[in-house]
Write a protein of this length. Structure first.
Length: 264
């Protein structure tokens, strides 16, 4: 039996990428989400970028494992699993809950637990301490689902509409909401050194632009904010535009040649 923290369980990887790649992009899904959110990215990003989509415990291939209900535990375990991939630079992308997980993993990597990330990208999530406090993980099922549906649907599909899927997915969703709603950022946390890019949908009812822009205060590096047309799950219909923007930001820096021109 595979050990619970084997990197093969934690990350779904696209086949057929050059080994070693130039860079690895670690992608962290939203509350209730899965690694499949990023299935299409391997076809859109350069072949030199190895996409590691994070598989949270308690769903899909890890259905027999308990969900993680502590941000500290989840960030610690993802960081530990990334030790197997420290041969090339890492970048992080997290959507919604995954944005906060990406931030906490980046903090650990920069503190010396592994290779510091070259870029941190956060999507559809207010900066830590700017999102307000909610207790939806304690609410009745219908109240929790109504709050989630208000954010929009991924690809126009409501997975909770089918009773069988609802019974399977609702405990995972509630557990993830418990994780994010009980999370408290460290008061003495140093800003990241990595550049941060924040993304959002311009009609996202879950986080306003000013709360997303607040990520600027969490880095001493460069900061950029990019809005796309859409709701909380803008990244599905805007996948081509988003991945194009990511690829541009992760492109290798031009190198000066002897004649003063540049090359990549």
């Amino acid at each position: 039996m595979t050990a619970p923290d084997d990197p093969g369980l934690w990350f779904h990887r696209a086949p057929g990428r050059p080994q070693p790649p130039r860079l690895r992009l670690v992608c962290l899904p939203h509350a209730g989400g899965t690694a499949r959110l990023f299935d299409g990215w391997r076809h859109r990003l350069p072949t030199t970028v190895d996409v590691l989509a994070v598989r949270y415990p308690g769903r899909q291939e890890r259905l027999d494992e308990p969900c993680v209900e502590s941000m500290t535990e989840l960030a610690d375990r993802v960081t530990a699993a990334l030790a197997a991939y420290d041969d090339v630079p890492l970048a992080l992308f997290g959507h919604s809950m995954g944005a906060t997980v990406a931030y906490e993993v980046a903090r650990r990597l920069e503190a010396g637990a592994g290779r510091a990330p070259v870029h941190v990208m956060v999507s559809a999530r207010a900066a830590p301490g700017y999102g307000g406090r909610t207790t939806l993980h304690r609410a009745a099922d219908d109240v929790l689902l109504a709050a989630v549906r208000r954010l929009g649907t991924l690809g126009g599909v409501d997975p909770f509409a089918e009773p069988e899927l609802r019974e399977l997915l609702l405990p995972v969703l509630r557990s993830d909401y418990r994780l994010i709603e009980t999370y408290a950022p460290a008061a003495d946390a140093a800003p990241l050194r990595a550049p941060v890019t924040a993304y959002l949908g311009d009609r996202d009812p879950g986080c306003s632009g000013d709360r997303v822009r607040a990520w600027e205060g969490f880095t001493t590096g460069d900061f950029a904010l990019r809005a796309f047309s859409g709701d909380h799950f803008y990244l599905a219909p805007r996948e081509a535009e988003l991945t194009s923007d990511i690829a541009e930001r992760l492109a290798p820096a031009p190198v000066a040649t002897a004649r003063g021109t540049t090359a990549t």
